[in-house]
Write a protein that binds this ligand. Structure first.
Ligand code: PHE
Length: 357
């Protein structure tokens, strides 16, 4: 419906009076639902609404008339807007209240927390070990689970008739000259083959031995192998690196003990103990009453190993170490049965916070 713009004061006042009574009749306050209220609002205050047009037509009046009528028109608009606002709030409240009564879904309730996964304690322990060595300049290397005899034994100075093979309880693949690696020392050979010194790597990973499962043995477990090869590297470097690592892992006051040992691929070899931190040092079941807990094996790389991968053993030397991840995780968390790590009982796993991530 086209409406003529009122151009005289009298005509304008007539329009105003008509709209005022229309406003009263349409009664924003009486609109029974939100769509009806919107209809009323658009009718008067939409872009082409009656009240909007009336306000626009003020400009066609003389300046005195505008001064006289302007405030009335603005007042009309303000009170209409206030009435619409109040009615909208009331209708919305009523509709919220109604849906709370009828709907099953209450969006105002706090959400149920979705269960959140976390890393397994063995993974966090492995990451923590690798992280410390990475801070010391080591890079991360990985190797395959299925290996040949050369990488697992021969190149590591464990020939076929060597008694050390017996102690490894190896899983061999049927009808193939392959096996599941019994230690991560295989990656010593792979790292030496694939890059040139100087070299600093850690190789974390899973290893396999034909062991009877009990509180301290498993057929599948994890090791972190470390290898450093450079010019003039010796036992003092090995001791310095491993002491720094253990103090970073277990605390600066950690006491360490290096015992002579034997591995075919290192010479001299050592096993490293830390002072038992359950007793500490006075003897308890966890340290078998010795006051010490063995934590890793290590040694100066046997020149025979360097030679087996074609290195000049007079120029290059190095050290290697192997850390049992389960052993470290048991110590860090006071876990007494290794099997708890593998049964994936959530009551056990939920105890571990993520501070070691
Ligand atoms: N590979 C040895 C083991 O599994 C550990 C080790 C690694 C010892 C490197 C010395 C040097 O028992």
């Amino acid at each position: 419906m086209e409406r003529e713009a009122p151009t005289t004061r009298a005509a304008w006042e007539r329009s105003c009076a008509r709209i005022e009574s229309a406003l009263r009749e349409a009664g924003a306050a009486a609109a029974e639902d939100l769509p009806k209220l919107e209809e009323v609002r658009v009718r008067f205050l939409g872009r082409k609404g009656e009240l909007t047009e009336l306000l626009k037509s003020l400009k066609d009046l003389s300046i005195e008339d505008r001064r006289a009528l302007g405030p009335k028109a603005q007042g009309l608009k303000a009170s209409f807007e206030a009435a619409v606002g109040a009615r909208r709030a009331a209708l919305e409240d009523a509709s919220d209240a109604a849906s709370l009564e009828t709907d099953a879904l209450d969006l105002t309730l706090p959400a149920v927390r979705a269960p959140r996964g976390r890393l397994h304690p063995l993974t966090t322990t492995l990451h923590e070990i690798a992280r410390i060595f990475q801070l010391m300049g080591y890079s991360w290397a990985e190797g395959p689970f299925v290996e040949d005899e050369r990488h697992n034994f021969t190149a590591l100075n464990i020939p076929e008739d060597h008694p050390a093979r017996d102690s490894h309880d190896t899983f061999y693949l049927q009808d193939l000259p392959l096996l599941l690696r019994t230690h991560t020392s295989t990656v010593q050979i792979r790292a030496l083959e694939s890059s040139r010194p100087p070299l600093r790597v850690v190789c974390p990973g899973r290893v396999f031995r034909h062991e009877q499962l009990d509180a301290t043995h498993s057929a599948v477990f994890h090791q972190v192998e470390g290898l450093v090869v450079d010019e003039g590297v010796g036992f003092a470097d090995l001791k310095g690196h491993l002491q720094a690592f253990l103090q970073q892992l277990l605390g600066t006051s950690t006491k360490t003990r290096f015992r002579p040992s034997y591995f075919p691929f290192t010479e001299p070899s050592t096993e490293v103990d830390v002072q038992c931190f359950f007793c500490p040092g006075s003897g308890c079941p966890s340290c078998k009453h010795t006051g010490w807990i063995e934590i890793l094996g290590a040694g100066v790389v046997n020149p025979v190993v360097l030679k087996s991968v074609g290195y000049d053993e007079k120029k290059w030397s190095g050290f290697a170490f192997g850390i049992g991840v389960e052993r470290v995780a048991m110590l860090l968390h006071g876990v007494r049965d290794l099997r708890d790590f593998y049964t994936n009982d959530l009551r056990f796993l939920k105890q571990f916070d993520e501070s070691l991530l």
